[in-house]
Design a protein around this ligand. Sequence first.
Ligand code: CDP
Length: 226
Amino acid sequence: MATKKIIITIDGWSSCGKSTLAKQLAEKLNYVYIDSGAMYRAITLYFLRNHVDWTDQKEVLSALTNIQLEFHYNENSAQSEMYLNGENVEYVIRDLVVAEKVSEVAAIREVRTFAVKQQQAMGKKKGIVMDGRDIGTVVFPNAELKIFMTADNAVRVERRFKELYEKNPNITLEEVKNNLEMRDYIDSHREVSPLRQATDAIVLDNSHISMEGQLKMALGWVKEKL
Ligand code: CDP
């Protein structure tokens, strides 16, 4: 394929397969994949562990100065994983305990400024696929290809339940459903960078599309942009 490298953004609702598509694309195109949600999850983990009162702006700003976020590629899992102050937190940040608070933390202006700055730096050389909520609208408003993903609620709940149940068989479908609904509500109603579809984004509803099917569609869009 052409040597020109572009920025691909994938935004959308919780658990609609954004990271799956982003990873597929990055692998096919030999691009870097960045899971921006992992950064908000890692910050939330830090706040929870260190009992940071995130309703207090001063405490938030001070805590952020002690947070170092990095992605490192893991050969075994064949993906980049999230490190918080040198510790691999890729697994623990997926926990429902973190998911229950992450949208509250991600709504804080200072937290977003902190994360967005780092995300923008990662895209300097292009050749990147980043997924999240505000990537096409705020982080990379000039991205060449923007995808907005959605899927039926029941499909999304079922997918996330399966993922979490493998780690924790005590989890219930109801808990997962409530968490997704709560996060979607907070993410789309917050004041700073709410989740919304960029006007120039292509909508992909993958409720009834296979993983191979969605990749084929997205690669077609990439081809048009190269
Ligand atoms: O995987 P899932 O779609 O469920 O969520 P995620 O991408 O891991 O993101 C977790 C949470 O981080 C979201 O519910 C948002 O509150 C927040 N987030 C955000 O505010 N902005 C982003 N660019 C990415 C995530």
